[in-house]
Design a protein around this ligand. Structure first.
Ligand code: GRF
Length: 188
């Protein structure tokens, strides 16, 4: 049984899909939900699913032990970032090498990097006149949105799209693919 910690800063719709997908899995257990925001929606989702939560603070995360002892106490094998907005410190990159996965709501290497999250990504894609966008699932390294790409899926961008309309299409792609891709990576 591999034990996963999901890190999320926001609503947690991806976290919820992942929780539902692995609910009865014999191979993968969502063992912990980690958030840097005490009022993040994802924490309520965790409570509903009776999954332990951990709220982290900037100072300890970046300058302290990176919460390694807590992650070890929960015997975490893999870390999944689902809308987590802080950079991952070296302590975690070393401890979970090639075992941290992120999802990004665009086709990397374009439209990634610091500040490229949420509607900022979709606004940039629309303003550039792109006719397609999509999702990227990738390993995490020391740079934002940079590590080796595991999986991409695409969708159309229409000239009439608002960032919100594109975000809805992208979210649907994320919900469809992310749990399955996580399963594939972890179990093969
Ligand atoms: C997703 O679009 C993901 O790609 C990005 O943050 C968003 C999180 O959405 N990294 P949600 O909180 O899972 O609804």
């Amino acid at each position: 049984m591999k034990r996963i910690a999901i890190f999320a800063s926001g609503t947690g719709s991806n976290a919820e899909k992942i929780l539902a997908y692995f609910k009865d899995s014999a191979d993968i257990k969502i063992a912990l939900i980690v958030s840097n925001k005490p009022d993040a929606g994802v924490l309520q989702i965790a409570n509903r699913h009776k999954v332990p939560t951990l709220v982290i603070e900037r100072e300890a995360f970046f300058k302290g032990d990176g919460y390694v002892p807590q992650l070890e106490a929960h015997q975490i094998d893999w870390i999944i970032l689902a809308g987590f907005l802080w950079k991952i410190p070296t302590t975690l990159l070393k401890g979970w090498e090639k075992r941290i996965i992120n999802i990004h709501p665009a086709l990397l290497p374009k439209y990634g990097g610091k500040g490229m999250y949420g509607n900022a990504v979709h606004t940039a894609v629309i303003q550039a006149g792109e006719t397609s966008s999509g999702i990227t699932i990738h390993f995490v390294d020391e740079h934002y949105d940079h590590g080796a790409i595991i999986f991409q899926a695409t969708c159309s961008v229409f000239p009439t799209d608002t960032p919100e309309a594109l975000a809805t299409r992208i979210h649907a792609l994320e919900h469809k693919h992310f749990p399955r891709v996580i399963e594939q990576v972890i179990t093969t």
